[in-house]
Design a binder for this molecule. Structure first.
Ligand code: FUC
Length: 740
């Protein structure tokens, strides 16, 4: 439970998020005029039809041989300044667009009372936001939730005495591109985005028990003297994720149908369906680290008084933050819409930071790190679909820019298949992103084990990304190894050939593709090609002069550099090329130590994961503390700054990494348990290979491990609980295994 003793005054820091993946809303709980800022995930400017023009980031004029010329130069001079390369390979960005707020729904009270006993809360178990206060002796209560099964946002106002609910509902927007009409208790907002002609529509149906409902010519709806009032809201656009036009049906029919359907139900019926749907996902994982109840202290005070120590209140915040990440993923990523963007689904602006887009040099990937292990694999469907939809434009970019097969996407993308480049020198070039994005698809298979999914969804995308790199690796004249060139360690340093992250990502892709090809029995000829390339590939692992893992093929690392990206540790996490206790792990630790414990929100979150993979639970916990102390807002949103949701998801993923790991084919129990959590239990985490895992621990040691197999196959478990530390069981799907 997140709760506060005062209304929100600031969208980013205080308002509380609800969402069903496609729709999101921020609840302020203001007494006199409730503000419900809402979003629909596909409301984006840019793309085909944009006033600026649109080219997917593909070169507007062909540049035959341009990439090869940069490669030739790098063979000679070894380093090129980013500005030089951007000049030769980049171009100004047009028509990229930005995620848009849909607007605000306001509920104005006719006669606002002074409020006593005010409380505003977000219940994570039920995914319901509530506002309650007493005014002039009447206790009043508001509730808001976003229902996935019914596809609507729902709100209700009640009072503890009949006939006392009166308010006026109105819509407002920072744009002027709409009409708002009220009739029959229904508000209809319709418009087209000026930039690209995207059509949008929202409808709100108001229902009451008792009282009257009147509609104003100005598009307002007034409820007078009702016992209770409730509304349902649906919204949509004519966006479709289909290349090349990205347009589908006018939203009117779908929005009308959703509102008609939902408003035929009772409020209680809608709420019960919503809670059942949410609990079926959220309720799978329980974490007990000896925390006090979150009901004891308002959440903003819990955060402000957090010390990173070991008090039950500190642990309450840590456990809450972990579960909040799971809540936010459910709320911002459900099948049927786009994946979570830089702000999940929440955005109040027409010009949000970084367009609230899909950055793919860390951010979108981080959004889904927790999905599988924290038992929310259903939330990955929008991500898989998005990646699949990038293939058509990505193929075109591969052909135009590289003259090759395969598909590619660079540093960031939008819902309109922006797979090419722009010209911001330090963040425009990153063709490795496509390979990295396929990692989540393969992880979905490693956890879930469906060969149908692997064959039908993951493998074709992985294979086509592999084809790209088979065609585009180049032999380094210095040592004959295959390298990515030009190569750019995200947002850092010069262009070189064979930066560590580039090599490690391709290594990961080839490794995963070969495994998958083996499972599916793909052609021996293709497998031999990938095997050969993997054998010839520079692995991107090198120990440098001060014991560090090198970020570049040459030893250019500066021990005083504390840049937020620690990209060269990809092989440690989210990759699996570096195992614990190896010389590479030691070097990774040297690099990570040098980078320090600072950074932006997502950077700290990644460091939790790194330290957990290095089996240093105390340092992982210290990073969690750093994130909570200096990169977390009162509503527990991660802040870069500004608000960026990747850090929420990354931190929750890091907590799982502290308790359970399985990336090396072994289910490892409590691999990085911090001293701050000596006693506790966790229920319902998932491990690769097919297992749901429960753990109890005391005095820092496991006292119970329960494992429910979800596949029939051998599972190896590593835990101090079993003799010799490791045991392999021939697990049978559905059966439960336990050790004490
Ligand atoms: C990456 C990061 C920035 C920011 C942006 C959205 O480019 O380097 O810090 O998070 O994404």
């Amino acid at each position: 439970m997140l709760w506060y003793a005062a209304p929100a005054t600031d969208w980013e820091r205080e308002a509380l998020p609800i969402g069903n993946g496609a729709l999101g809303a921020m609840v302020f709980g203001t007494v006199a005029s409730e503000r419900l800022q809402f979003n629909e995930k596909t409301l984006w400017t840019g793309g085909p039809g944009s006033a600026q023009g649109y080219d997917h980031g593909d070169w507007r004029t062909p540049r035959p041989g341009a990439v090869q010329a940069v490669q030739d130069d790098l063979d000679q001079v070894r380093r090129l300044a980013p500005e030089v390369v951007a000049d030769r390979l980049g171009q100004p960005r047009v028509g990229f667009g930005a995620y848009q707020t849909f607007g605000d729904l306001r509920l104005d009270l006719a006669d606002p009372p002074t409020a006593d006993g005010y409380r505003r809360a977000l219940d994570l178990d039920d995914a319901v936001a509530t506002v309650a206060y007493t005014g002039q002796g009447v206790r009043r209560h508001r509730e808001f939730f976003a229902s996935y099964p019914d596809g609507v946002i729902v709100g209700r106002l009640v009072a503890d005495r009949p006939g006392l609910v009166s308010c006026t509902l109105r819509y407002s927007s920072p744009r002027t591109d709409f009409t708002a009409v009220a009739a029959g208790g229904r508000l209809t907002v319709r418009g087209t985005l000026a930039d690209n002609g995207l059509r949008f529509e929202a409808q709100v149906q108001v229902r009451t028990t008792g009282g009257t409902v009147t509609c104003g010519a100005d598009g307002t709806i007034t409820v007078t003297a009702a016992d209770s009032a409730w509304f349902v809201l649906a919204a949509g656009t004519d966006y479709a994720d289909s290349h090349p036009d990205y347009r589908g049906a006018d939203p009117h029919a779908a929005v009308t149908a959703a509102v008609d359907r939902a408003s035929r139900h009772t409020y209680e019926g809608l709420k019960a369906r919503h809670i059942a749907d949410h609990r079926a996902l959220f309720g799978r994982v329980a974490l007990d680290i000896g925390q006090s109840s979150t009901a004891d202290v308002p959440t903003d005070r819990l955060l402000a008084s957090y010390t990173g120590g070991t008090s039950p209140a500190d642990r309450a915040l840590e456990a809450l933050f972990f579960q909040y990440g799971r809540y936010l993923l459910i709320a911002s990523s459900r099948p049927g819409s786009l994946p979570a963007n830089l702000q999940g689904v929440w955005n109040q602006s027409t010009t949000p930071p970084w367009s609230a887009d899909y950055h793919v040099n860390i951010n979108l990937q981080m959004d889904y790190w927790l999905a599988e292990a924290a038992h929310l694999p259903e939330t990955t469907a929008p991500h898989h679909r998005f990646v699949q939809a990038l293939r058509a434009p990505g193929r075109h970019t591969a052909r135009e820019m590289f003259g090759s097969a395969g598909w590619v996407v660079h540093n960031e993308t939008n819902p309109y298949g922006f797979t090419g480049v722009h010209d911001w020198a330090t963040s425009f070039w990153f063709p490795e992103a496509a390979a990295w994005l396929t990692q989540q698809l393969y992880e979905h298979y490693r956890f879930g084990g469906s060969t149908d999914y692997l064959r039908g969804t993951a493998y074709p995308v992985m294979k086509e990304a592999t084809e790209f790199w088979l065609a585009n690796l180049r032999t380094d004249p210095r040592d004959g190894r295959l390298v990515v060139t030009p190569s750019y360690s995200p947002e850092h340093g010069d262009f070189t050939a064979g930066a560590a992250m580039s090599q490690q990502i391709v290594h990961d892709l080839f490794t995963n593709t070969l495994e998958a090809a083996g499972v599916l029995g793909d052609s021996p000829a293709f497998r031999r090609r990938v095997e050969q390339a993997l054998a010839d590939l520079d692995p991107g692992l090198r120990v440098g002069s001060w014991g560090q893992l090198q970020e570049w093929k040459e030893d250019l690392d500066d021990p005083a550099d504390d840049h937020r990206h620690v990209s060269h540790l990809f092989a440690l996490h989210p990759g699996r090329q570096i195992g614990p206790g190896s010389a590479w792990a030691e070097a990774a630790e040297v690099s990570l130590t040098a980078r320090g414990d600072g950074g932006t929100g997502w950077s700290k979150a990644w460091k939790i994961n790194f330290w957990a993979r290095l089996r240093d639970g105390d340092h992982a916990h210290r990073m969690l503390c750093e994130q909570l102390k200096s990169s977390t807002l009162p509503n527990l949103w991660d802040t870069h700054p500004p608000f960026q949701i990747d850090g929420n998801f990354g931190a929750s993923a890091g907590v799982v990494e502290m308790l359970l790991q399985s990336q090396h084919g072994v289910v490892e129990i409590l691999p990085a348990l911090p001293a701050a959590w000596p006693d506790g239990s966790v229920r319902g985490l998932r491990a690769r290979g097919g297992a749901v895992v429960d753990i109890d621990w005391a005095d820092g040691k496991a006292t119970y491990v329960g494992l429910t197999a979800t596949r029939t196959r051998a599972l190896t478990l590593r835990s101090g609980l079993v003799e010799r530390g490791e045991i392999t069981v021939e697990a049978v799907a559905g059966r439960r295994y336990a050790w004490r």
